[in-house]
Ligand binder design. Structure first.
Ligand code: F0G
Length: 361
């Protein structure tokens, strides 16, 4: 019997190290990494059956990244580039997840981090993260879109690097999620559905799928199915939304920075984009937790809500197809919504009879 620990596989070293030759950064500094990526692609047969069946459904569970969202893939690249460029400080506007991720990677890199968030519209777990990692958190009386306008100008007028997804390094990191999906499935899926906010992620996925396809790593490219919250659906509506509203605060965005790229990705992939109501989002959010045991934040379920809508309205035929739904952030990011939607725990005396009387078996 060997006394050596058994290695399941080579240790994971983060997305930049793993996909080094595919990531275009103008830097040769060692990656600023928290070993992000390599998230599970979880089969979801129960949910597929509830949605009508006849297709394979997988959940790309991005909530298992180090700070609990897909943003870490982009942030390892953006922060590595910032260090290579000699930056001393970074800044971003955020609905929460980018803020937490930037704060963590800046802490790792020893850089100052400033985040702008819409006051009162950021989920508790995201604020807790950004504050704990030591960022300077500034709450603005305005929307994410106002914040993005302000940080863009700040980087013109002060020595501070922008780490929002208008920074091309972010997309280089985030496209690795598309690579992982293909690496696990052995080819590209037929459909990939995901929530759309500032539209960086849909742009990054398309970049990744195109790259694998053009290099003949895979034989096809997926059709993309995007979903926006009905109260914040500029791409679906075709115009800027001045006062975006939705319970899915992560995607409460009225003027996406990568609108044009998202439109191109949807067109080139022969994709579709839907506006889904808060009720539809919350329904999908509960379904995936209760039937698959996978807890994502409300915004993350928007892609699934869009898929459900497309099926219900007969806009899509998934028979025999492979579908991946990207769950962008962890459910623990937004404990308040989770608890508000659930039944209150029952309180009993510490007596066995009291417990047995409550067992509804
Ligand atoms: N899902 C979650 C959990 C998000 O946090 C975001 C964006 C999206 C989806 C949409 O991705 O913006 O690339 O289209 N959150 C940003 C933030 C805006 O500040 O954390 P996108």
């Amino acid at each position: 019997m060997s006394l050596q620990p058994s290695r399941i596989s080579a240790p994971w070293r983060g997305v930049i190290a793993h996909y080094r030759e595919r990531i275009t950064l103008t830097s040769s500094v060692p990656p600023v990494t928290l070993l992000e990526g390599n998230t599970p692609l979880i089969p979801a047969p129960a949910l597929a059956a509830i949605l009508g069946g006849g297709f394979e459904l997988y959940l790309k569970y991005e909530g298992l990244n180090p700070t609990g969202s897909f943003k870490d893939r982009g942030m390892t690249a953006a922060m590595t580039q910032a260090v290579a460029d000699g930056a001393r400080a970074v800044i971003c506007a955020s609905t929460g997840n980018t803020a937490a991720s930037a704060a963590a990677y800046a802490a790792r890199a020893g850089l100052k981090c400033v985040v702008l968030v819409p006051d009162g519209k950021i989920a508790a777990g995201k604020l807790a993260g950004a504050l704990s990692y030591g960022a300077q958190v500034i709450s603005i009386n305005g929307s994410f879109d106002d914040g993005l306008r302000m940080v863009r100008e700040a980087t013109q007028r002060a020595p501070i690097a922008l780490v929002n997804s208008i920074n091309p390094a972010r997309l280089q990191g985030q496209k690795t999620a598309a690579f992982e999906v293909c690496d696990v499935l052995g080819d590209a899926p037929d459909w990939l559905c995901l929530p759309v906010g500032n539209a960086g992620n849909i742009t990054a996925y398309w970049l990744g799928f195109q790259e694998y396809f053009n290099d003949h790593v895979v034989s096809n490219r997926p059709q993309l199915l995007g979903a926006q919250a009905a109260g914040s659906a500029p791409i679906v509506l075709g115009h800027v939304v001045e006062h975006p509203e939705t319970i899915a605060t992560a995607i409460r965005i009225g003027n996406p920075a990568r609108w044009h790229e998202a439109a191109t990705a949807l067109e080139e992939s022969d994709g579709q984009i839907y506006a889904v109501s808060d009720d539809e989002i919350l329904h999908a959010y509960q379904l995936v937790a209760r039937h698959e045991g996978v807890f994502c934040e409300p915004s993350s379920a928007a892609g699934l809500a869009g898929l459900a809508k497309a099926l219900r309205e007969g806009k899509i035929n998934l028979h025999g197809k492979r579908v991946v739904a990207v769950l962008t952030g962890h459910g623990l990011k937004d404990p308040d919504t989770a608890i508000r939607l659930s039944a209150t725990p029952q309180i009993i005396e510490p007596k066995i009879e009291a417990l047995l009387a409550r067992l509804d078996l």
